[in-house]
Design a protein around this ligand. Structure first.
Ligand code: F6R
Length: 603
């Protein structure tokens, strides 16, 4: 969601620095942007609705060498996207940027209104600036002041703060919203994420909840809840400047799909998949009788693929839940229940809330997370990282694939422990591990054709069909298509469509069917023919030589067959490529689809 960058250091072209930082946070999703900087002892604020290009336009003639500045991309929550509602907000002597939501801002606003404050925006953020300014009159110790104000706040926040009377320092604090501090010679930063600072440094510190940081040109001091100094580990990011660029690809999404073969190879090697060391690196879940998987969006769909595999091969009853529902519903646990959380960012507000709730009950937790040191990674009992690198396209591709990969590994590990896989299956899996990355690489580079997208791009409704695991995969294919191409799309269990929704199928409606499961292929082929009889344009995604009778299929995309435990890893990229090419034909903003944010840090 909102992106934060802040700089303090030797004189720099601060406008360029802040705008470049914001550009590299664009992937988080936003609808307006703004900066504040120190110019001759005064804090100046410039804000613009829309893309960062509009902010750039407004600031293009300003060449300001400055020692201090903050920048922000806003994803609207309180108040529509507008210049007024954009950050930074300046109230009295305080200028501030914020990521998160202040739940009790109305009460606090009332209090400040009574004190004579007036506000320019509808945001919750401006109230925090107001509070700091109000209490500043009584408390000039900035540490005590910030603590006093954050103790009044309910909700989540990462704040970057500049005080008019202390422009040698930049202040930062966080609670349940991510914030890092970057450090290099004669300059220090605050940022939502590494890409914003990677041009200057790969050295960073993760702030803990309620830590207050004071940054100056050459120092970073961090204070814990009791306002005593604390040491936080200095970390080195492996992100390179090259990695943070999309070249040679036109979009980050395509780049990230094309990275998938090498990332599969990387994760196999890190966890020793198919080698004896695997047994130590991936946990055996055989002691659990029930598994809950809790996540949002694509991560939840990855969980559905995991459920299918976990029940089939590891014989453990598995239920998948949407985190925003799970946190408020009645859940049933036995002593032998494990709850698995899946999250690319590790910062999704609903998923974090569920993790805390489950931990309070003393239930075992495991998380599959991409972002190192993120909240979920830090708070869960055991974390398995995805090692996807930074995912910049808002719509997830590589992280989703690696979530499914890790789930397959957990299933494999557990089925070995339970002695549920016969020798033949084990051999086939080992064979598949050896060849799968090559198969995918060759397919993506040589075999994939975008013909299906030409038809799909012209449609108004698209349907995906599949049974069992093929349905779980279709759900993600459908989500990917709708989020980046803005086409209405739905995935159905192949046998279910005729119970109502088939009435929407008309001449030319694209129906994308996934068939990899041998046991169910005839059934699903019958469903494919049912929609053909109603005029559907049938695209079939399957494995080579599986389908013998091609009647009713308009376009077939087939990839090599591997063991069913790993087959989803070859089908998913095909669906991602269809979504990508369809969005491209339709001229959509592929990497930053409208209304979407990469990391959903609010409820
Ligand atoms: C879709 C997408 C979202 C995320 C969801 C969860 O392309 O990216 O549906 O999967 O917002 O995010 P994480 O995985 O960060 O918890």
């Amino acid at each position: 969601m909102c992106g934060i960058i802040g700089y303090i250091g030797k004189k720099q072209n601060v406008i360029e620095l802040l705008i470049n930082g914001l550009k590299s946070l664009e992937y988080r999703g936003y609808d307006s942007a703004g900066i504040a900087y120190l110019e001759q002892d005064k804090i100046k604020v410039v804000k613009a609705l829309g893309k960062i290009a509009s902010l750039e336009e407004k600031t293009k003639n300003l060449n300001i060498l400055s020692t201090l500045g903050i920048g922000h991309t806003r994803w609207a929550t309180h108040g529509k996207p507008s210049d007024e509602n954009s950050h930074p907000h300046k109230v009295g002597h305080v200028t501030l940027i914020h990521n998160g939501i202040i739940e009790n801002y109305q009460v606090l606003k009332e209090m400040l209104l009574q004190e004579g404050y007036t506000f320019q925006s509808e945001t919750d953020t401006e109230i925090v600036a107001g509070l700091l300014d109000f209490y500043l009159k009584q408390e000039n110790n900035k540490l005590k002041l910030i603590q006093q104000v954050i103790n009044l706040l309910k909700g989540s926040f990462a704040l970057g703060i500049i005080f008019d009377d202390d422009t040698n320092h930049l202040y930062a604090v966080r609670q349940d919203s991510p914030l890092i501090l970057g450090t290099a010679e004669n300059m220090n930063f605050i940022a939502s994420d590494i890409p914003a600072i990677i041009k200057y440094t790969n050295q960073y510190i993760l702030l803990e909840n309620k830590d207050i940081a004071i940054l100056s040109e050459d120092s970073i001091q961090i204070f814990g809840e009791n306002l005593l100094k604390v040491e936080r580990k200095l970390l080195t990011s492996s992100l390179s400047i090259e990695e943070a660029r999309k070249t040679p690809y036109e979009h980050f999404m395509l780049k990230e799909i094309m990275e998938e073969p090498s990332l599969l190879e990387k994760i196999f090697s890190i966890y020793g998949f198919g080698t004896p060391s695997f047994l130590e690196k991936i946990p055996d879940l055989s002691k659990y009788k029930r598994i809950h998987i809790v996540a949002c969006g694509s991560a939840m769909y990855a969980g559905l693929v995991g459920k299918s595999l976990m029940e089939e091969y590891a014989d453990i009853e598995t239920s998948v839940y949407i985190a925003s529902e799970y946190r408020y519903q009645k859940n049933f646990y036995q002593e032998d229940t494990l709850v698995i959380f899946i999250s690319q960012s590790g910062e999704t507000a609903d998923t974090i809330a569920c993790l805390r709730l489950v931990k309070k009950l003393g239930i075992d937790t495991l998380a599959l997370v991409n972002v190192y040191g993120s909240t979920i990674a830090r708070e869960v009992d055991q974390v398995l990282y995805l090692y996807a690198g930074v995912e910049i396209a808002v719509a997830t591709t590589k992280a989703y694939l690696l979530q499914v990969t890790l789930l397959s590994m957990l299933v494999y590990r557990t089925s070995i422990a339970k002695d549920l896989l016969n020798k033949e299956n084990q051999e086939q899996i080992k064979e598949s591990i050896l060849h799968i990355t090559k198969i995918l690489e060759e397919f993506l580079n040589k075999e994939f054709r975008a013909e299906a997208s030409k038809i799909i791009a012209k449609a108004s409704d698209v349907f995906f069909l599949g049974r069992g695991i093929d349905y779980a995969i279709s759900l993600e294919g459908s989500l990917k298509l709708k989020e980046i191409s803005y086409l209405h799309s739905e995935a159905y269990q192949a046998g279910e469509l005729k119970h109502g929704t088939i009435s929407l199928v008309e001449e030319g409606t694209p129906v994308i069917t996934v068939i990899t499961d041998h046991r169910l292929m005839d059934k699903t082929m019958s469903n494919l023919k049912e929609v053909k009889a109603r005029g559907a344009y049938n695209v079939l995604i399957t494995t080579k030589d599986l389908i013998k009778n091609h009647d009713g299929i308009d376009l077939e995309i087939a990839i090599d067959e591997v063991h069913p435990l790993l087959q989803p890893l070859l089908i998913v990229p095909i669906l991602q490529m269809i979504a990508y090419h369809t969005a491209k034909i339709r001229g959509c903003d592929i990497d930053q689809p409208r209304n979407l944010a990469k990391s959903v840090t609010v409820e």
